[in-house]
Design a binder for this molecule. Structure first.
Ligand SMILES: C[S@@+](CC[C@H](N)C(=O)[O-])C[C@H]1O[C@@H](n2cnc3c(N)ncnc32)[C@H](O)[C@@H]1O
Length: 406
């Protein structure tokens, strides 16, 4: 039996996620917040109209997306018939109104695009690709099913995934990684590993059998650094836009302004660097078919033609009254999605840029309205920091964009 068949058998025997009480309403999986995905993706439309859930398991992910996008046409595919049957049964019981099309299909299959179709503007593939032997083919299939301006959200195991070390150790205790057999001895051993590596509350030992069978045992568990996933994706025609974990790893660099030292690296280069310094357990990534347009940080003149735009990730608060003349104005950026509050004292010129960052005015146009120009180097490094923290996106100048005069 080949590796893909062995993986399929696991999910036929133990479909994931296990259906219990409220699991359809409160799924244990966590998609990255949609406002972060939108910030990285920069879609033309406010909400996707065709969504594909690739590797949907028993359906929790698809039902959650239905609640997020009530008007979208949603299709969900998995190669485990048992999982699809359970998803359909849940749909009949819980969500009979706006149907999701549940389909049996192999993401790495040769005729995937023919079977599933094209033209999806948002695809999610969460906790699946790490278990597909031919992950490049699966990614190429997903890329083909995506619209040219659509986005793929991918959740995959990172280099710090617990399974990397635990799979090395389990055979020493007589366990065969290809045969998951639950029992008291295994649970006690996992609880010991939890304690030894500093996991709290028997984090792994208390997981249900469906999780352990696929995420720890099983014929394949690919847990790679971000740079490796990006390499595979590039070969399949997909470009990384961001890693959700990068923002929290970068957060301390905001307090002492050291983030500007990373200039002129792009968001993805910074994300790969951070993942090397501080490897991630589970990567939440956004890919698109079009390469991101990266601002020319080292070409001051060209940068001035780019258009700053505040992202939906933060709610901002500008200073209310005129700030005392000896104090810089204080701005506040709050994001529930990344659980972050950023307070900054910024010079007047920076406040004006922020206020007018609506994606319609170029930096040059905004600066032309100010009484004095800030020093170029300081301007660039401040913009770079705001861009890395996803407060601002910088849109490339386009003749057809119709720039509005300030
Ligand atoms: C860990 S579960 C994740 C389910 C769901 N995405 C979630 O997060 O709740 C992995 C799912 O991927 C499916 N899967 C694995 N390889 C696949 C393939 N080549 N084609 C389609 N589905 C696949 C399995 O059957 C299983 O249901």
């Amino acid at each position: 039996m080949d590796v893909a068949d062995q993986i399929r058998q696991i999910y036929e025997r133990l479909p994931y996620p296990r259906l219990e009480g409220s699991s359809m309403r409160t799924p244990r999986w966590q998609l990255a917040p949609m406002d972060w995905i939108t910030t990285m993706w920069q879609p033309a439309k406010p909400a996707p109209s065709r969504v594909l859930v690739a590797g949907c398991g028993t359906g929790a992910e698809a039902f959650a997306l239905r609640r997020k996008f009530p008007n979208a046409d949603i299709m969900a595919v998995d190669f485990s018939r048992h999982s699809i049957d359970l998803a359909l049964a849940s749909q009949r019981r819980l969500e009979p109104a706006r149907k999701i099309r549940f389909v049996v299909g192999d993401l790495a299959g040769r005729h995937f695009a023919k079977k599933i179709g094209c033209g999806f503007d948002f695809i999610t593939c969460h906790g699946v690709l790490s278990y597909i032997p031919n992950s490049a083919r699966a990614l190429a299939n997903l890329a083909r099913s995506l619209t040219p301006d659509g986005a793929l959200y991918l959740g995959v195991n990172g280099a710090a995934h617990f399974s990397v070390a635990w799979r090395r150790v389990l055979p020493n205790f007589g366990y065969n990684l290809h045969r998951f057999e639950d029992g008291i001895r295994l649970r006690r051993l996992l609880a010991l590993f939890d304690a030894l590596v500093g996991h709290r509350k028997r984090f792994i030992a208390k997981q249900d059998a469906a999780f352990l069978a696929g995420d720890l045992f099983g014929a394949l568990n690919r847990a790679l650094p971000l740079a490796n996933w990006n390499r595979i994706a590039r070969r399949s025609g997909l470009h990384c836009r961001g890693n959700f974990a990068a923002l929290s790893v970068l957060r301390p660099a905001l307090n002492d302004n050291s983030c500007a030292l990373l200039m002129p690296r792009t968001r993805v280069e910074v994300a790969e660097l951070l993942d090397r310094l501080c490897p991630t357990y589970f990567l939440r990534l956004v890919y698109t078919r079009t390469a991101p347009s990266n601002p020319p940080w080292h070409k001051a003149g060209e940068l001035m033609d780019w258009l700053p735009q505040l992202t939906p990730l933060y709610v901002h608060r500008w200073p209310k009254r005129k700030t005392a003349s000896n104090q810089l104005p204080r701005v506040e950026f709050r994001s529930g999605s990344i659980n972050t509050l950023v307070e900054m004292r910024v010079p007047g010129w920076e406040l004006e840029i922020l206020r007018r960052s609506n994606g319609k005015h170029s930096l040059r146009q905004i600066l032309d309205t100010l009484p004095a120009r800030p020093p170029g180097k300081i301007l660039r490094s401040q913009l770079y920091v705001l861009h890395q923290f996803a407060v601002l996106n910088l849109l490339p100048p386009r003749p057809d964009r119709g720039i509005v005069p300030c």
